[in-house]
Design a protein around this ligand. Structure first.
Ligand code: ADP
Ligand code: ZN
Ligand code: MG
Length: 470
């Protein structure tokens, strides 16, 4: 029997707010455990929650970015359970009336993955287990999360990763979340089942909880698909259950088998009013939305005449894309600018461990530098030599070129004597070249460039050398 893989993801994305969802506690990562807590997020009797408006705004922006319908009226519910990660014995979430409905994520190959909805909820505390004792840190309790629930439209582990990658790119782009995986900003519950090829009805699913690395998700899915294929092949039924991935053992294990919505005794949160949004408010937030990365990629290819690969690299980082676009507009040469940003600028930022937006290099300065290069006012080596300086200290390329006399010498009359001198000083190299050693030409070009203090046009030098040696 051949099986088809069916995957649906429930992805928790931490919203980029300064304070928690229902209180004024800060959201900074890595603080001493239990220092960002207060009576509200610890659930002291009588402490009342106040809704963080930013969390609503960011979730609406995410929903608009993902093509969801925004509910003008949504509501919070209590999910009741007893577990040490919650000091309140309940979690505030949205069960019946979520903020965003429908929507979709388009994968690079063109497949569209539908979303069921996006709802808001508060995060819970983090448990740490040591031999003989466990600790709980409530700093994370009450952080604002949105849960993005996909339909079971994904068909392979690779597709699940493509979906998460696209989702993450969009959320970071919209400024909704940092989606920092190491800090647990993006965690997924992974649902997976198999069904006989050609059958419409879904098979029994297994849910793997709280996965925070893409490689872990991929590996857990591979493992789970193999496990289910084997069980079904042997005529054993799959039990609907929640499983846990053990990255060290590379296996999933049963956590709990029975869990129904009724067990949580959901009811409307009595301490919070419903969230009511006007269309005017939603429209105002829509205005703050940046262009989606995929749309921007397409537009950059069109507007600047750059290949898909370049557009992909540049658009993946919003600040880099902004920098590129401003520089390309200034230089008037999209492909040249893209080559320089992707090779020279990214090499510098990697070496300095910084982002170009935090360097002294403005897009205008890069654009001007490339304009000088494009007009052959300066040569490539001079442009390359000036870049680190502009990167570290800034400055006006045209003024620097003028002040230091760096303009390229493209006058044959001025270069010819230098060529003659280089040939006269290197008779052995000349003989090598004449004997067929092509590499000797490069050496001679270098000698002439040196004599010109780097300012000669390398093309002209090469041409003059060839003529003389012919
Ligand atoms: P539950 O009631 O168990 O929480 P839901 O219908 O709410 O299930 O779906 C939760 C997640 O599981 C969704 O992301 C959905 O796409 C996914 N899912 C539902 N059924 C299946 C299935 N048979 N196989 C794989 N994923 C599924
Ligand atoms: Zn608090
Ligand atoms: Mg569910």
């Amino acid at each position: 029997m051949e099986y088809e893989v069916v995957i649906g993801l429930e992805t928790h994305v931490q919203l980029k707010t300064r304070t928690k969802m229902f209180c004024g506690c800060g959201t900074a990562f890595g603080a001493t455990p239990n220092t960002h807590v207060c009576p509200v997020c610890l659930g002291y009797p009588g402490a009342l929650p106040t809704l963080n408006g930013q969390a609503i705004r960011l979730t609406v922006m995410a929903g608009l970015m993902l093509g969801c319908d925004i509910a003008e009226r949504s509501r919070f519910d209590r999910k009741n359970y007893f577990y040490p990660d919650s000091a309140k014995n309940y979690q505030i979430t949205q069960n019946g009336a979520p903020l965003c409905l429908g929507g979709h994520v388009d994968l690079p190959g063109g497949r569209r993955i539908r979303l069921n909805h996006i709802h808001l909820e508060e995060d819970v505390g983090k448990l740490t287990h040591r031999p003989g004792c466990s600790g709980v840190d409530f700093n994370r309790g009450g952080l604002p999360l949105m849960e993005i629930v996909s339909e079971p439209d994904l068909r392979s582990p690779d597709e699940a990763i493509a979906y998460l990658t696209a989702l993450r790119e969009m959320m970071v782009y919209a400024g909704v979340s940092d989606c920092n995986l190491e800090e647990g900003n993006m965690r997924s519950d992974v649902n997976v089942s198999l069904r006989p090829k050609g059958q419409e009805a879904y098979g029994v699913k297994v849910e793997i909880k709280n996965m925070n690395t893409f490689s872990g998700i991929h590996a857990a899915l591979e493992y789970e698909i193999a496990r289910q294929t084997q069980a079904l092949g042997q005529g054993r039924a799959i039990v609907q259950e929640t499983r846990r991935w053990d990255p060290d053992l590379g296996e999933t294990f049963t956590m709990r088998t029975k869990e129904n919505a009724e067990d949580y005794r959901y009811f409307p949160e009595p301490d919070l009013p419903p969230v009511i949004l006007t269309q005017a408010q939603i429209d105002a937030w829509a205005n703050d939305l940046p262009e989606a990365p995929a749309a921007r990629r397409e537009r950059m290819m069109r507007d600047y005449g750059i290949p898909e690969y370049d557009a992909g690299v540049l658009s993946a980082d919003r600040a880099l894309a902004d920098f590129f676009e401003a520089a390309a507009k200034r230089s008037g040469n999209g492909k040249l600018t893209s080559n320089w940003v992707m090779a020279e600028v990214l090499a510098l930022t990697a070496r300095e461990g910084t982002h170009v937006k935090d360097s002294a290099l403005t897009p205008e300065a890069l654009g001007d530098l490339l304009r000088l290069l494009d007009a052959k006012t300066i040569n490539g080596p001079t442009a390359k030599a000036l870049l680190p300086e502009l990167f570290a200290r800034g400055g006006d390329p045209a003024a620097i070129v003028k002040e230091r006399g760096l303009a390229q010498v493209a006058d044959a009359g001025a270069i010819e004597p230098l060529v003659e001198a280089a040939l006269a000083d290197n008779p052995k190299v000349v003989a090598d070249y004449r004997a067929g050693k092509q590499a000797a030409l490069g050496f001679l070009v270098g000698q002439v460039m040196k004599r010109s203090k780097g300012k000669a046009s390398p093309q002209l030098v090469q041409q003059l050398l060839r003529d003389k040696l012919a």
